[in-house]
Write a protein that binds this ligand. Structure first.
Ligand code: ZN
Length: 194
């Protein structure tokens, strides 16, 4: 296992489009595990290969949250559809083949640390992908899991959540980061970056 370096906006490498994989190899499976380890170490709930400087269509997600008292997963915070999906989720070549409804969420991102803004997303999505063993996956989900998958697929297309804000807000945040960089991370983070 290895911790990977996460690229941060305005690094131009985050803007490149990732390519589908022909087959899932042992090396890619291992890489996905390294991505999970990296994501957990920064308390993120999703990470796309583009963020760790690899141009393949691969993302990892784990939106479950643990109750700090009991150390058990809070299943009551998940929707019925979310609970049916086994996490962590490793998806190669993910494609959204169906979408329905609208929702919003205060998104953050490991590549844009300390910024949280409300983004519009589809409420329910239907996804096709390859799993870590190269098996075909096809599932429907909603809730935070659906939001997170949409956010990570954007990364594979070189897109960031701060591109999805109003033009004024988007420009303001980008110029602030370009000028001043990022603030020191807070010790007690209440929100989770996607
Ligand atoms: Zn992100």
């Amino acid at each position: 296992m290895a911790l990977l370096e996460i690229l941060k906006f305005p690094d131009p490498r985050l803007r490149r489009k990732c390519q589908p994989v022909d087959a899932v190899t042992d090396e890619m499976r291992q890489f996905a595990q390294d991505m999970l380890e990296t994501m957990y170490s920064f308390r993120g709930i999703g990470l796309a290969a583009a963020q760790v400087n690899r141009l393949i269509r691969l993302l990892v997600v784990d939106t479950r949250s643990k109750d700090p008292e009991t150390d058990r997963y809070r299943l009551d915070e998940m929707t019925e559809l979310e609970r049916q999906i086994q996490q962590p989720l490793i998806l190669f070549n993910p494609v959204i083949v169906g979408k329905q409804g609208k929702t919003t969420y205060d998104e953050g991102c490991l590549s844009v640390p300390s910024y949280y803004e409300t983004v519009d997303r589809f409420e329910e999505i239907e996804v096709e992908a390859l799993g870590p063993d190269g098996q075909k996956l096809h599932f429907k989900t909603d809730g935070l899991l659906a939001i997170c998958i949409q956010h990570e697929i954007d990364h594979l297309d070189g897109k960031l959540f701060i591109d999805r804000l109003s033009p004024i807000k988007s420009a303001r945040i980008k110029s602030k980061i370009r000028k001043h960089g990022y603030p020191e991370p807070l010790k007690e983070k209440e929100e989770v970056p996607l």
